[in-house]
Design a protein around this ligand. Structure first.
Ligand code: FES
Length: 161
């Protein structure tokens, strides 16, 4: 209850800050996503009601920019670098193995919210290629045969429960 009140107050503060600034819808949505990790439909509806911006317009923006997420972040967010260095050292095979182990395709999340899999361009660790990142932790020189163990380790630490 107290948590909901805090969330409502934060949303009101975000709306008040940007409401009268022309062209600020994107900034408002960024602020929401910074706080929640995604933009819930109920929040988009409140923004629409409070600002008078049609909900369809808000969704036009949310779906145009790939940065915005419409669903809560998965507990175990797996990113696979498919930049040139990683690609040449086997990123496609690693991605395939991750998809097989998690049952989640690139760009998607599991229905239970446990895993998300995303391929990215260079994440700046080319010296360690091929590289994956799980919840921000970098794993370098990954081989497809290690994927199962890495996921088990993540599971053990509780990040994927
Ligand atoms: S290409 Fe993968 S980290 Fe640079």
């Amino acid at each position: 209850m107290a948590q909901q009140k805090t969330a409502d107050a934060e949303l009101s503060a975000i709306i008040s800050k940007w409401k009268h600034v022309e062209g600020s819808l994107v900034m408002m949505l960024h602020s929401v996503q910074d706080k929640l990790g995604y933009v819930p439909r109920e929040t988009a509806m409140v923004i629409s009601k409070e600002t008078g911006i049609p909900l369809a317009k808000i969704y036009e923006v949310l779906t145009f920019y790939h940065f915005f997420k419409l669903n809560p972040p998965a507990k175990c967010q797996i990113s696979v670098c498919t930049g040139t260095a990683c690609y040449l050292k086997g990123a496609p095979e690693i991605l395939k193995e991750i998809e097989k182990c998690t049952g989640v395709k690139d760009g998607q999340s599991s229905a239970d919210g446990k895993y998300s899999v995303t391929s990215l361009r260079c994440i700046g660790c080319c010296g360690l290629s091929p590289v994956i990142s799980i919840n921000g932790k970098i794993y370098g020189q990954v081989k497809p045969a290690q994927v199962k163990d890495i996921l088990a380790e993540v599971e053990k630490t509780g990040a994927a429960k």
